[in-house]
Write a protein that binds this ligand. Sequence first.
Ligand SMILES: Cc1cc2nc3c(=O)[nH]c(=O)nc-3n(C[C@H](O)[C@H](O)[C@H](O)COP(=O)(O)OP(=O)(O)OC[C@H]3O[C@@H](n4cnc5c(N)ncnc54)[C@H](O)[C@@H]3O)c2cc1C
Length: 433
Amino acid sequence: MSYAGSWNRLPRVSPEAIHSLFQRNLGVPEHLPKPLLAYGNGRSYGDVCLTESGTLLMTRGLDRFIEFDPQNGVVRCEAGITLGEILALTVPQGWFLPSTPGTRFATLGGAVANDVHGKNHHSHGSFGHHVLALELWRSDGSSIECRPNDGTGWFASTVGGLGLTGLIRWVELQLMPIKNPWMWVETRRFNNLDEFWTLNRQAETSWPYTVAWIDCLSKGNAQGRGILMTGRHAATQTELPTFKYSSKRIPVDLPFSLVNRLTLRTFNSIYYRQSVKPQGALTHYVPYFYPLDSIRDWNRIYGRQGFYQYQCVIPPNESEGAIASLLNTIAKHGEGSFLAVLKTFGNKPSLGMLSFPRPGTTLALDFPNRGERTLRLLTELDFIVAEAGGTLYPAKDARMPASLFQSGFPQWEDFSKYVDPSFSSRFWQRVAL
Ligand SMILES: Cc1cc2nc3c(=O)[nH]c(=O)nc-3n(C[C@H](O)[C@H](O)[C@H](O)COP(=O)(O)OP(=O)(O)OC[C@H]3O[C@@H](n4cnc5c(N)ncnc54)[C@H](O)[C@@H]3O)c2cc1C
């Protein structure tokens, strides 16, 4: 029996078939058990990329560049290529992805299907804003080529469409010009949430990239202390440092989680006290955008039980109160998160009917899976998010209740008209059926 999972290692499923797609093997055989679902590189945390029955269509074999126009920065690639593979070709020619998540191991198809966002959402919107065209394969054997504003609804349903409208075969992207592979980065410490809001408001007006790490174990006057990282692509330089990439690997599956209150407190306090560089420094784009990619299989530190990622978005007027309440509730439960990332989204409306990015503040947290105890905490957090009119990110979810999904994605019923009748996911069965 074959098993499949996603990055947080829960749930694990055993669909009836796992079928790899390659250029020479692109047709999807009719006999494959249904439902079907595309699986990119499993970098989602949860079950958007999983089905418990039917067939997972593995897309990594669809990794060809189809066209690249280095004059205008337009690239067309098959959907199973990773973002890192695109960058390896385009960065030396002066072009960068205009939106990127925190891992370069996501595939192009996965980035479109979750309409992923990066540290520059406030200045550049989400991934879908930069897609010029895509081709969708439907289970009746038809292919649909769609573009933004083509009036058909296929683009808006497929961008952020969680893989449910069919299989994305290729995507054409508009890239962004850069002068070199380096970033100019400044880091500043803030002592509490109030300081974060002030610093962040100023930073957003002058920096295309902003994101903050927060110490969610800190309390009282220090609640939400952390480090704000701002960046921009470096200007033309006469001399650039050399960059040598090194990565480490967590070699084995641990039977238990290394993340506990003691390790968290130690890590957070060291991280908070690290030397910040308000005067700025050049940083290569790889460690700047993808710091976690340098520890291969880092998800193993959470042990075999895996972990829950919890990423919410809170509308602007409710952000300050709700983020403070979320942190209070986490502290009250004696929990903490090793990765706690705070970022404000900009006002550019997302193009997908089910896109997650919207105006407001997003907070992303990881919790080791301690069974009922963790689920109880997450249910309390849901209550705060729902009260504030927010919602959770499907790409990072393994358990949100249908009510929270449906209130947070009010177009879900219109969207369901575009769902391919032979496609489904464990996520969709949980929240919409
Ligand atoms: C370390 C890390 C950092 C991250 N940081 C961010 C971040 O900053 N911002 C952010 O938005 N996300 C972030 N993510 C989440 C990640 O970017 C998304 O989950 C992304 O969709 C994963 O891509 P994938 O190729 O692995 O897709 P999978 O996880 O395999 O699948 C994701 C979805 O895409 C669909 N899909 C995949 N390929 C196709 C296709 N060819 N056709 C149709 N549907 C398809 C699947 O059915 C599924 O619904 C991060 C993840 C990690 C591990």
